[in-house]
Design a protein around this ligand. Structure first.
Ligand code: ARG
Length: 444
């Protein structure tokens, strides 16, 4: 697509989404100028009224974000001047576009961050509810995608809960980096006006102002931290989606995802594709891309502001909106999910995961270690050939392999008992899972 230089330089197509932030920050700046006697009370009133009118026009769809404005800062400035005349220019006392853009971006990311933490909390609540509902739903726990040890679905949900809990913490910590405001920076060295940004920061809900104006205009590491947190959350969602995709395949048959989140195939009517889950998995790549995008834009920049930095908004906006959309849909999707307890239980039984307990049994009965491996593999092979789980073999069947087997073996290999026997902290035992659920409730 051919572009003029003006079109090429303009960022209005993306930063028009910052109109609200631009106007809120401009109003706060006007009030601060008044308080510090840098403009009159009347001028301040004119500015505030004018800015409110600009906001109303934008919200009513009356404003066309033209390339000629260059960016949202130029746009609001020009629209305000059209409303209140030359006095509009006094609003720029003590501030610069370089600090306006970063103030707006910080306000924007603060709101995005809050909305993401809200969605993460909802996801965690959903997982907690699923865990409570499925403390007795037995399933195989996988390692290398092989059935490894029996667990409960509650335990599996709680594992994801912990991942998202850490994500939440990361976003909360990131707020510390986001929620500080630049001082009046001028281009980079500060201004001759005796402004008071500390007061303004308070009004805008910032925790304070940055200590160095040059750093304030030059740096976007709060954005990088944010996208990093987005990337980790997407990675967690993507893994979860992969589990859901596997679980809903005919091969697993563990769950059914509501039609709203899937598509069918006209040619292959038996297929139910988990498009939403696949797209979340796919969009993870996009968010990682945003991360690399932002880091790369900044890596060679000399101090301080450079126009390259304008590219930052594409990455931040894309990452924020992608994570939010994915989290929201993911929560709805798992809320609608039907769990096939029977299939999960069946997979646990036919996973022969209690072979370990069978070996332990023989050890406890004093069978020589060297012989145990051979006996167990023969029992498992026999069970597979007869299409039975270990715990459903007759005692006579077992005795073919060693007379040591007795009726107490059934207690040892019962899947529920295998799960219950895991006494270590953080394990899958029913007792431990209850404890984990209690701990979650306590720490909310
Ligand atoms: N559109 C620019 C950006 O997004 C605004 C800052 C430009 N600075 C300037 N002094 N013109 O980064």
């Amino acid at each position: 697509m051919k572009q003029t230089a003006k079109e090429f330089m303009s960022s209005i197509s993306v930063d028009n989404m910052l109109y609200d932030e631009e106007i809120i920050a401009s109003k706060a700046h006007a009030r601060m100028l008044k308080q510090n006697k840098l403009i009159s009370a009347e001028e301040c009133d004119q500015m505030i009224k004018g800015l409110d009118e600009v906001l109303a026009d934008i919200e009513a769809g009356k404003v066309e974000f033209k390339v000629e404005y260059d960016d949202i800062h130029g746009c609001v400035e020009q629209l305000l001047e059209e409303k209140i005349g030359a006095v509009a220019r006094k609003l720029n006392r003590g501030r610069s576009v370089n600090d306006q853009v970063v103030t707006d971006t910080r306000l924007f990311l603060r709101a995005e961050n809050e909305s993401i933490t809200g969605s993460l909390r909802e996801l965690m609540d959903t997982l907690e509810a699923l865990a409570k509902e499925h403390v007795n739903t037995i399933m195989p726990g996988y390692s290398h995608l092989q059935r490894a040890q029996p667990i409960t679905l509650a335990y599996h949900m709680l594992a994801y809960y912990q991942m998202f809990r850490r994500d939440l913490k990361r976003f909360e910590n990131c707020m510390e980096s986001i929620n500080v405001m630049p001082p009046d920076c001028g281009a980079l060295a500060g201004t001759v006006y005796d402004t008071d940004r500390k007061k303004m920061a308070k009004e805008l809900g910032f925790d304070g102002i940055l200590p160095n104006a040059m750093d304030a205009v030059a740096d976007r590491d709060f954005g990088m931290e944010f996208i990093n947190d987005c990337s980790i959350t997407m990675m967690h969602l993507s893994r979860f989606c992969e589990d859901l995709i596997l679980w809903s395949s005919v091969e697993f048959g563990f769950i059914e995802i509501d039609d709203e989140f899937t598509t069918g195939s006209r040619v292959l009517p038996q297929k139910k594709n988990l498009d939403v889950a696949e797209l979340i998995r796919g969009k993870t790549g996009r968010v990682y891309g945003d991360m690399i995008n932002l880091l790369t834009v900044f890596k060679g920049l000399p101090m301080s502001y450079n126009r390259d930095m304008q590219e930052d908004k594409y990455a931040m906006l894309d990452a924020a909106h992608t994570v939010e959309a994915c989290l929201t849909l993911f929560v709805e999707m798992i809320k609608s999910m039907k769990i096939n307890r029977g299939e999960m239980q069946r997979a646990a039984k036919y996973g022969y995961m209690n072979a370990t307990e069978l070996a332990e049994y023989l050890m406890e009965k004093g069978v020589e270690t060297e012989k145990i491996g051979d006996i167990i593999s023969k029992v498992v092979q026999y069970a597979i050939n007869n299409n039975k789980p270990i715990e459903e073999l007759w005692l006579d069947d077992l005795k073919q392999f060693t007379q040591v087997f007795d009726s107490d073996v059934y207690d040892k290999v019962a899947i529920r008992n295998v799960i219950a026997s895991k006494v270590s902290d953080g394990s899958t035992s029913f007792e431990n899972v209850e404890k984990q659920i209690e701990e979650i409730a306590k720490n909310k």
